[in-house]
Design a protein around this ligand. Structure first.
Ligand code: 5GP
Ligand code: ZN
Length: 114
């Protein structure tokens, strides 16, 4: 997807503040952080929303969470706690239509979320 912001980051056309990467995912700091640590974990493959997931993506989705685990460890959040969020479509507040897992931590989180 040539007009997708996160595809451009995966392709190296835009270089975000990367905190972790492997063959399946790229993880970088959110430009508008909502917590002391706010990292986005994105698959290298373009998938627009959760609604576009197929059974063949099952391993990739697992890789997003394994990357989130590693980000939390590196950021010192593993024991104290952190939140992962994946918004889907307008009412959830999705603004970038390339699947991404938010990793938020470094402050107490409220429930229910806003
Ligand atoms: P969504 O609202 O789709 O769940 O999350 C999109 C996230 O992408 C937002 O938290 C927003 O701050 C972040 N974002 C949007 N544009 C950029 C950018 O150019 N660079 C980075 N690092 N994050 C961005
Ligand atoms: Zn994309």
């Amino acid at each position: 997807m040539t007009d997708c912001l996160f595809c451009k980051m995966v392709a190296g056309e835009i270089r975000p503040d990367v905190v972790y990467e492997d063959d399946a995912v790229l993880a970088f700091r959110d430009i508008n952080p909502q917590a002391p640590t706010h990292v986005l974990v994105v698959p290298r493959t373009h998938i627009a929303t959760i609604n576009d997931l197929e059974p063949s993506h099952a391993e990739l989705v697992g890789r997003l969470y394994l990357a989130a685990r590693e980000v939390a460890r590196r950021e010192g959040l593993a024991e104290r706690g952190y939140r992962t969020v994946m918004n889907c479509n307008a009412e959830a507040g999705q603004t970038v239509f390339h699947l991404h897992l938010h990793v938020l931590g470094g402050r107490p989180m409220k429930w229910p979320p806003g």
